[in-house]
Design a protein around this ligand. Structure first.
Ligand SMILES: NC(=O)c1ccc[n+]([C@@H]2O[C@H](COP(=O)([O-])OP(=O)(O)OC[C@H]3O[C@@H](n4cnc5c(N)ncnc54)[C@H](OP(=O)(O)O)[C@@H]3O)[C@@H](O)[C@H]2O)c1
Length: 265
């Protein structure tokens, strides 16, 4: 088991991708702390983890507030005696941090910065000394392919900042054996994307969205010792969406120009 006895904190572990990462970390032998703002969802995922025999801690917190992020790290150390891995997954897009018509430009940016950049920044700031005290550790920040697309406005801006945070954490952590990496998911099946009018084919080269567990496996590879020489990187896990020029597909299909090997269908 890749994470045997490791102590992992998964922010936003009470929901969606974070829940998937927490469950996979449990399967890999970790002790798991999760956070979220909604305690009911937190208790539900805690019960799932405990049913697997995993030592589990849920902490309710809004990590966009510095003091609450500090409190989470204190609580994890008090409960488990240390911290080895941090997955900064908590975050929100415009469905979870809706923009009101009356919101001015600052409010629109702040809502998403609060959930995406500020949460990851605060948690990392208080986690670094804890990881250093263990002689090393690993941070994985969950970004989004929206960081590459101008169609996502403030959400994309905040996720680009998360990727810059990853690189800065990698430089600052390296002397202490701390690695920092990121995952940039494409379209993933969670409550947030449910019912979205996305054409399945366009979600990925595999004509479907990804699953939280597919993000979890990639994130926990980066978090584990298997990635011991990987730091400062953000891995795109999107089923090939971002390498694809979907509007060109009908035309390329018609002329067959994209096919390297015509014998293959
Ligand atoms: N689903 C996708 O297609 C997709 C694609 C690319 C990137 N992502 C990223 O993946 C991460 C997880 O997304 P998801 O789809 O799993 O969404 P989700 O189900 O809405 O989960 C988001 C989690 O973040 C927590 N959260 C939000 N704002 C917070 C704050 N200010 N402080 C503390 N916790 C906060 C939520 O807590 P509560 O539920 O308790 O409020 C929830 O646990 C996010 O960073 C998202 O941007 C998702």
């Amino acid at each position: 088991m890749k994470l045997h006895q490791k102590i992992i904190l998964v922010t936003g572990g009470n929901s969606g991708i974070g829940r998937g990462i927490a469950l996979r970390a449990a399967a890999e032998g970790a002790r798991v702390a999760i956070t979220g703002r909604d305690p009911d969802k937190g208790q539900r995922v805690t019960a799932e983890l405990e049913a697997l025999g995993t030592p589990t801690l849920f902490i309710a917190a809004d990590l966009g507030h510095e003091a609450e992020a500090a409190g989470v790290i204190t609580e994890v150390i008090k409960h488990f005696g240390g911290l080895d891995i941090v997955i900064n997954n908590a975050g929100a897009g415009t469905r979870r941090a809706p923009v009101e018509a009356a919101d001015g430009p600052a409010a629109r940016l702040h809502k998403l910065m609060h959930a995406n950049l500020h949460a990851a920044y605060h948690v990392s700031a208080f986690a670094l000394p804890a990881l250093k005290a263990r002689g090393g550790g690993s941070i994985v920040n969950i970004s989004s392919t929206a960081a590459m697309h101008g169609t996502w406005g403030n959400y994309g801006i905040t996720k680009a900042a998360v990727e810059a945070l990853t690189r800065s954490l990698a430089v600052q952590g390296a002397p202490f054996g701390i690695r920092a990496n990121g995952i940039s998911p494409g379209w993933i099946e969670t409550d947030v994307t449910q019912g979205h009018p996305t054409v399945d084919r366009a979600a990925s080269l595999f004509s479907r969205m990804g699953t939280p567990d597919e993000i979890a496996r990639a994130a926990l590879f980066l978090a584990s010792d298997e990635a011991s020489f990987v730091t400062g990187q953000t891995l795109i896990v999107d089923g090939g969406m971002t390498i694809t020029d979907y509007p060109s597909q009908p035309w390329l299909d018609a002329v067959g120009a994209w096919k390297l090997f015509p014998d293959l269908p």
